[in-house]
Design a binder for this molecule. Structure first.
Ligand code: DGL
Length: 272
């Protein structure tokens, strides 16, 4: 039996932070990364249009890759489309949603910050997580308009604009009744790519929660329970990256994907 094929999906390069953790957790797995770079960024899409787009793109990807499991390595996509994806396709899905529950368990001050895309911050799903797990905490949500793009530019080799970064993270650093934010949830898979830069502009020390290792453990558990099948056709090789934009539009990101280990690009040409 061949290695289990794991399809990772994000709007762009953020899911690489999850791919990295899955690679560490499951070194023998056959990883295929995919990005809806034609639709990036997802943060500002209308909910109904985005859910439709994600179901369509995943249909094409599942057909091409025949994965044993799909990891939706994107909070913006998981909080809007996970249920519809599970209804539409038989393959098991592991999603990524803001790590509110661990944050509520770890905060000592009772003040939690959540950095996410404007889409994730507005979702019913996110508010339900807070209501269920962090009802006893003060939670400051910030829909960051530019952070995902700043992270992508960084991976493409551009310098991070530290003033812009400082402004984008400032709204979750808050004080209340002599206490201050001590835990910040990275509620978008792009943001762990910027943690070392955040450390330089944060107003005080906090703990950042990157959910990637927990997602990787969940992937391993689900795979343990999933019977593996041989692929019926030639699937993309290990460490392929499948992109929805045409080759010409993705040129500046290919080196970044290759640097993160995904060096066999394939172009699905699924324009928005
Ligand atoms: N990486 C994605 C997330 O986890 C979204 C980035 C974007 O497309 O705006 O939410």
């Amino acid at each position: 039996m061949s290695a289990p094929r794991v399809l990772l999906f994000d709007s762009g390069m953020g899911g690489l932070t999850v791919a990295r953790a899955v690679r560490t957790q499951l070194p023998g797995a056959h990883l295929v990364y995919s990005a809806d770079n034609a639709g990036f960024p997802y943060g500002a899409w209308k909910e109904a249009d985005l859910a439709k787009r994600i179901v369509l793109v995943l249909g094409a990807l599942i057909e091409r890759v025949e994965p044993a499991i799909v990891v939706i390595a994107c909070n913006t996509a998981s909080t809007i489309a996970l249920a519809q994806l599970r209804d539409a396709y038989k393959v098991p899905f592991v999603g990524t949603v803001p790590a509110i529950k661990p944050a509520a368990a770890q905060t000592k001050s009772g003040i939690i910050g959540v950095l996410a895309t404007p889409g994730t911050v507005s979702r019913e799903y996110t508010h339900a997580l807070i209501h269920t797990y962090a009802y006893h905490c003060k939670v400051f949500l910030h829909g960051a308009k530019r952070l995902a793009e700043i992270a992508e530019l960084k991976l493409k080799g551009r310098p991070v604009d530290m003033d812009e970064l400082r402004e984008e993270i400032a709204p979750v650093f808050r004080k209340r009744d002599g206490q201050k934010t001590d835990v910040v949830v990275l509620g978008c898979t792009h943001y762990p790519l910027l943690v070392e830069d955040m450390l330089k502009v944060q107003p005080w020390l906090v703990k950042y929660i990157d959910p990637a290792p927990a997602i990787a453990r969940r992937v391993a558990d689900v795979l343990d329970e999933t019977p593996l099948k041989e692929a019926e056709k030639t699937v993309p090789v290990h460490n392929s990256v499948l992109l929805t934009a045409a080759r010409g539009q993705a040129a500046d990101s290919l080196a970044a994907y290759a640097a993160m280990g995904f060096d066999h690009p394939e172009f699905l040409d699924l324009p928005v």
